[in-house]
Every structure is written in structure tokens, then in C-alpha cells.
Design a protein around this ligand. Structure first.
Ligand SMILES: Nc1ncnc2c1ncn2[C@@H]1O[C@H](COP(=O)(O)OP(=O)(O)OP(=O)(O)O)[C@@H](O)[C@H]1O
Length: 497
């Protein structure tokens, strides 16, 4: 269906006429004064409509228009536009100002209304954001990243921004637990995956946990060392970009996320990323004193483990759904296509889905698992389940993971394969090509129980990248329990051929 074009004639301050045209998909500029010379301020490029050079910003598509309004004879148009210049990439905040005549007020209001309805179709305008910044996250740059790159974009979109810095470990959990869920449209984390883990667990400690998780989606600004969720939503480059991720919060739709309950003998909490045992857990946790090395520390840890031919004994009980790699790849492709179809339909993709519940269905930890479950009793190089395809930049460990299929992807390497074969697997993990290796098993599982078997060598368990006891625990997936603002229908396409 083609939409009629709405137009508004304005003038720049050189008295040149400019016609703004909106066709339902983009704003374009025409007329004598359409050209504009960019002038920069500290945080944004302000296009002053009084110069003569042609503007490179037109057309501005719906996705990139943040706000348009008319007030006291001025039309304000805020957008994110491609940066100009050879070395520049990415998006930059642009603010345009035009002059309206006094008779134009009603016409300008109508124009703004049409544009705002179009560029925010199906979305919440002027979101009320609760922003949690971890000043200790990443290299301690979260506050600066937010103030310099993110806040100006939220302001330009006329969002209400309520900022709070986390002051100690689990502070984000406390804040989410107490949050007034009627006051906010989104809980934004400015840090790494650790703060997201805390916020989700805070929501889950509430009496109204389900309502809170559904009503207040997460928004993710990557400012930590590990930003797995952000990478999975936007890719390795844009997922690390504060501007692209700020736009995602403004223009994203809530995407359902499965969560997992993790049960130990004495506690239960929730995870959203991974459950890790063996050399991959060692590489993550035992190398923490080498943080100064950056990402290289985990590579070093893995190489050390492979060279030492380390194995870790364990007993795993698995509620297996699929073990055939080709079938898993085929259903991954089908699920991606289905997500795209349902999001292009008029009804929201969530409408067709089963309502989520918080019910725990697994047998107690000290009772046997169902007979239908598969038992793996073996020495393993590692046992790594994940809800996300990328666990870190350059680590596409679970290329068939989906945000809301109700399943975990298990990556398993048993026994003690040759050093060459193991190095080959880790060499290929960057692009997810390790899946086809003969030593890699890749399953879809619904739930599992893992019993690490103690030996003289210290064993590590990492849950969502954090230390967890190397004791028996079980994990159950809870489909579609949380929501996160995402500009795509599902995670970016990661499945190899
Ligand atoms: N003010 C604070 N001072 C110290 N630690 C904090 C503070 N606020 C939050 N934290 C803790 O910082 C930890 C790391 O947070 P997060 O994972 O989000 O960032 P990160 O840079 O990716 O960290 P890491 O590399 O440790 O995973 C969390 O355990 C959180 O509880």
C-alpha cells in the first residue's frame, strides 16, 4: 500500500525555502534551501539550514528519525545519520532547525503528528528509561560512554532518563527488585553481561516477577568486557557501538528471551547466557588475575589446557531434544524464517506464543532424573550449554542458539582428542565453523543435570561467566520469560552452511 506524501514548506534563516516531504518511509528535503553546511558541536552535528553545501543526510528513513516537533515558530528534527568522510563510519546525531511562519502552526503540528506516528509505528514514543550504569564495568568507561554518546541520543528522542550508578555487587539486583514498574518503559543497563544477570535476578525475586519481566523490557548499552547479549542482537561490530545500541533502545521492539533456572542443593537463581564446565570454564575463571591482557587471557588459558591435555570427569543427565547437527541447522533456519514472518504480520509475534510461566518441573536434585533422559558419564574436555550464539567477541560457540526456542544448545567435547584436533576446534570457533568437527557434539536440550566429579585438579563451573560451585546442579529452561529491546526479529544470522 503506498502512502500519500505529506509535505511542509519551511524556511531556513537565509530566507531560503525548504520543503520537507514524508512518504511514510523517509523524510526528504527539496527546494532552494535544502542544502546545508554541517557545523559541529561537542556531541552532535547540527545542520544549520543557512549554508550552501548540499546536505548528505537526505533521505532520513523511519528507523533513523528520533523526533520531530514544532514549537514557537521553529521546526525541530532530530535524527541519526551516516557519518560523512573517508575515515568515519557509523551514525552521528543530527539536529535540524527550520523557521515556520506564524500561520503554519496547525499545519506544522499535523506534519509532526504524521511523521511521529510513522517513524514510531508499533513502538513506544518518548520512552521512560531507568538507566543503570556500572562505573566499574569494562575499563571503567561506562559513565563517559553514557554521558558523551548515549544520553544525547536519548534526549534527542525526548526520552525521560532516570540514571542511577550501581555502587556495589548485586546493587542492580536490589534496584530491579524494588523498581516501580509502572514508572518505566525499559530498564537500561550500561555495563557488561554481569549487570544484566543481576537485573534479571532482581526481577525474579519480586512477587510480581512475571509482570515485571514482561512489562519492563531490558535495554542494553555495551560498556563491559563481556557484552554477549548485545553482540547477539546486533553483531560483533554494532553490538559494541553505543550509538547503534542506543538507537536499538529507542526503535527496538521487545523480543522474548528464554531464561534458565539454575538449582543447587541450597539455592536457586536464573541465568540467561551459559553453563560452563571443563577447560572452557578454566579459561574464563582461572585466568582472572590476567585481566590486564584483555581477551587474550582466555585464549592463553585454553591453549594451556589443551597442551596439558586436561580432561574433567562428570556425569550429565540430559533431556535431549535433538542430537543431529544437520537437523539442528535446518530447524535453526526454519525458526529464523518464522520469526521474520510473524514480525511482519500485523499481530505482535508474542501474540501467538504460549504464555510464559515460572513453573519448575524438574525432579528434586536428590531424586533420580526421568528414565527418558540421556546419561553421559565421561571425561570431557568441556561441557558448555548456551542460550546465545556468541559468548564473547570472536567466540561464536553456539551458532544455532535462538533467543526463544525454549532450548539450550550444548557443545560437548568428550575424552582427550589430539592436541591438533582441539586446537583446530578453537581456531574455527570465531566463525562458528567448529560445529562440523568430528570431535564436537552439538545437541539441543531442554534441561540437564550436571555432576562434576572431583579429582585432584581443581574444577571450575561458570554460570553466565561468573564463578559457581563445582557441585551438582540442574538447569531448566523457562521459555520467553524476559524481554529485551531489539531491532531485529531474532539474533543476527550465525548458522554456518
Ligand atoms: N560500583 C561498583 N563497584 C564495583 N563493582 C561493581 C559496582 N557496580 C557493580 N559492580 C559489579 O561489577 C561486576 C561486573 O559487571 P559487568 O559484568 O556488568 O561488567 P564487565 O566489565 O563485563 O565485568 P566482568 O569483566 O567482570 O564480567 C558485577 O559483578 C557487578 O556486581
Amino acid at each position: 500500500m503506498t502512502m500519500t506524501t505529506t509535505a511542509l514548506r519551511v524556511t531556513n534563516d537565509h530566507d531560503q525555502a525548504v520543503e520537507l516531504r514524508y512518504n511514510g518511509e523517509a523524510i526528504t528535503f527539496a527546494g532552494e534551501g535544502a542544502a546545508a553546511m554541517p557545523t559541529r558541536d561537542r556531541n552532535c552535528m547540527i545542520m544549520l539550514p543557512n549554508a550552501t553545501k548540499p546536505s548528505a543526510v537526505s533521505p532520513i528513513d523511519n528507523h533513523h528519525v528520533l523526533h520531530v516537533s514544532a514549537k514557537a515558530n521553529t521546526l525541530f528534527l532530530n535524527a541519526l545519520c551516516k557519518r560523512e568522510g573517508k575515515k568515519r563510519t557509523g551514525l552521528q546525531l543530527v539536529k535540524l532547525r527550520y523557521i515556520l511562519s506564524s500561520e503554519q502552526s496547525a499545519e506544522a503540528d499535523r506534519f509532526c503528528e504524521v511523521v511521529m506516528a510513522g517513524v514510531y509505528k508499533g513502538l513506544v514514543q518518548r520512552k521512560r528509561l531507568k538507566v543503570l550504569i556500572n562505573p566499574a564495568g569494562g575499563q571503567g568507561r561506562a559513565r563517559t560512554i553514557f554521558d558523551e554518546q548515549v544520553r544525547p541520543i536519548f534526549n534527542a528522542a525526548q526520552c525521560t532518563v532516570d540514571v542511577q550508578c550501581t555502587e556495589y555487587q548485586n546493587h542492580a539486583l536490589e534496584i530491579a527488585k524494588q523498581l516501580d514498574i509502572t514508572a518505566y518503559d525499559c530498564l537500561v543497563t550500561v555495563s557488561g553481561d554481569g549487570i544484566i544477570h543481576e537485573a534479571l535476578n532482581g526481577f525474579l525475586l519480586r512477587e510480581d516477577a512475571l509482570e515485571a519481566l514482561q512489562k519492563v523490557p531490558l535495554g542494553v548499552i555495551p560498556a563491559g568486557t563481556g557484552n554477549a547479549l548485545s553482540i547477539c542482537m546486533l553483531g560483533e561490530k554494532a553490538g559494541f557501538d553505543p550509538v547503534q545500541t542506543a538507537l536499538q533502545i529507542i526503535k527496538g521492539k521487545p523480543m522474548a528471551l528464554d531464561l534458565c533456572s539454575v538449582t543447587y542443593a541450597d539455592k536457586r537463581y536464573y541465568s540467561f547466557l551459559s553453563h560452563n564446565y571443563g577447560m572452557t570454564a578454566y579459561a574464563d575463571l582461572a585466568t582472572e588475575p590476567l585481566r590486564w591482557m584483555g581477551d587474550a587471557r582466555t585464549v592463553l588459558g585454553l591453549v594451556k589446557e589443551i597442551m596439558a591435555r586436561s580432561t574433567y570427569p562428570m556425569e550429565a543427565h540430559l533431556d535431549v531434544v535433538e542430537t543431529d547437527k544437520q537437523k539442528i541447522k535446518a530447524s535453526y533456519k526454519a525458526a529464523r524464517a518464522a520469526a521474520a514472518n510473524s514480525s511482519s504480520a500485523e499481530t505482535s509475534p508474542d501474540a501467538a506464543a504460549e504464555p510464559c510461566t515460572l513453573e519448575h518441573t524438574l525432579p528434586a536434585l536428590d531424586t533420580p532424573t526421568p528414565e527418558s533422559w540421556t546419561v553421559v558419564r565421561d571425561d570431557v574436555a568441556f561441557f558448555l550449554t548456551s542460550k546465545v550464539p556468541w559468548l564473547a567477541r570472536g567466540m561464536l560457540s553456539h551458532p544455532c542458539a535462538l533467543p526463544n526456542d525454549g532450548l539450550l544448545d550444548l557443545l560437548l567435547v568428550r575424552g582427550n582428542p589430539s592436541i591438533g584436533k582441539q586446537l583446530d576446534v578453537f581456531g574455527k570457533v570465531e566463525k562458528g565453523e567448529h560445529l562440523d568437527s568430528s570431535i564436537v557434539e552439538y545437541y539441543k536440550v531442554k534441561s540437564f543435570r550436571l555432576r562434576p566429579i572431583q579429582t585432584k585438579k581443581k574444577a571450575y563451573v561458570a554460570i553466565d561467566g561468573e564463578h559457581a560451585p563445582a557441585e551438582t546442579f540442574q538447569v531448566e529452561t523457562h521459555p520467553r520469560l524476559a524481554r529485551v529491546l531489539c531491532v531485529n526479529d531474532t539474533y543476527v544470522d550465525t548458522c554456518p552452511k
